[in-house]
Design a protein around this ligand. Structure first.
Ligand code: KDG
Length: 339
């Protein structure tokens, strides 16, 4: 028993230390409580970011704002948590942009396959004018959007066999996020996709309702998907952002000084979370290999087979998303690549 405990403790991912809090104490009237809910678990990079947010907000408000963290979809999946913000029964959440495309259609641009060849290119877009415009647009419908974070590059896992080329996907039942463009991606590749919330995913994989799913390495490990999925392919097919949302009902009750504090803390959380996610990515891929997962790393030629097959998706979604936005982002990416 003791041996087993030691083993699982040593296998746990070592998180980078939380940075010190900088900035002055913010003085304003009133005491506030923030319940902050996410779908991923306590051992993920997203949660580590939330811990930093909590530390900043509690220290700089001198304890007048208390933050309570609820990981693992305890208070609902991404869409349920977002509705709770609108209803004013939950203060904060940080969903992937993908399940919110039904509310904010332009978010679908981030679901386009192979849009960002490098994470820094996603940063440039999200931290630039386009990202700010999207935060402004999403600050409506009972929500206030105050920052971006990183979910990251998505990798395919499945329980059946190694996947090296699109033809290997034939007939595989793949869970996708609740998002039409993701369904289109997997149909175009020849798989049989089913949309489902993240909260239902582990059980669906365990019971064989679906054969596979796709998420960043850190989520695959922190949600223990490797315990029910023997095969993985490093596809990097989509880069998913997280968006930090606050309930407008709560926001409107906050003094301006505290609103500014939350904005600062959300920006710092996003930067730190990107750092954690990027620092741990390769190490976690190795941990998954060590745990017995068979990971296929694709050659550039193999990646191109997936890219070529998915090129029509850009045409299919052009009108829906807006050609100008897609062209703007692709131009920024090309410019960054040339540098
Ligand atoms: O907290 C975020 C998660 O709920 C979810 O967005 C993770 O990428 C995800 C997925 O596959 O649903």
């Amino acid at each position: 028993f003791l041996g087993l405990t030691a083993l699982s403790a040593s296998a746990a991912t070592e998180m980078p230390p939380l940075p010190d809090v900088t900035g002055d104490t913010v003085k304003a009237d009133g005491d506030f409580e923030i319940k902050f809910s996410i779908g991923t678990t306590e051992s993920g990079a997203q949660y580590r970011g939330l811990e930093y947010f909590e530390k900043i907000v509690e220290q700089r408000s001198d304890g007048h704002i208390q933050v309570a963290l609820f990981p693992g979809a305890q208070l609902g999946d991404d869409r349920q948590a977002t509705s709770a913000l609108q209803a004013g029964t939950l203060e904060m959440t940080m969903p992937s942009t993908s399940p919110l495309v039904n509310m904010f259609p332009k978010f679908a641009v981030f679901d386009l396959p192979f849009l960002f060849p490098k994470p820094e290119m996603a940063d440039a877009v999200l931290d630039g004018e386009i990202g700010q415009q999207m935060l402004d647009d999403a600050s409506s419908k009972g929500l206030v959007a105050i920052g971006w974070g990183e979910n990251g590059y998505r990798q395919l896992t499945n329980s059946q066999h190694p996947v090296e080329k699109p033809a290997d996907l034939e007939g595989l039942k793949i869970r996708t996020m609740e998002n039409e463009l993701h369904l289109d991606i997997w149909r175009t590749l020849g798989a049989n996709p089913t949309p489902m919330s993240f909260a239902e995913l582990f059980t669906a994989l365990e019971q064989g309702v679906v054969d596979g799913q796709e998420n960043p390495w850190i989520t695959i490990e922190s949600s223990k998907f490797n315990e029910v999925q023997d095969y993985a392919t490093e596809t990097n097919h989509v880069y998913t952002p997280f968006i930090t949302l606050v309930s407008a009902r709560f926001w409107d009750r906050l003094p301006e000084e505290y609103q500014q504090l939350l904005r600062d803390a959300a920006t710092k959380m996003g930067d730190y979370q990107r750092h954690v996610s990027r620092t741990l990515n390769d190490q976690i891929k190795q941990d998954l290999k060590d745990s017995g997962m068979q990971i296929t790393e694709l050659t550039p030629e193999q990646v191109k087979l997936f890219q070529d097959k998915l090129e029509p998706v850009y045409q299919d979604w052009r009108d829906e998303i807006g050609g100008e936005l897609i062209d703007d982002i692709r131009a920024q990416v090309q410019q960054a690549q040339a540098q």
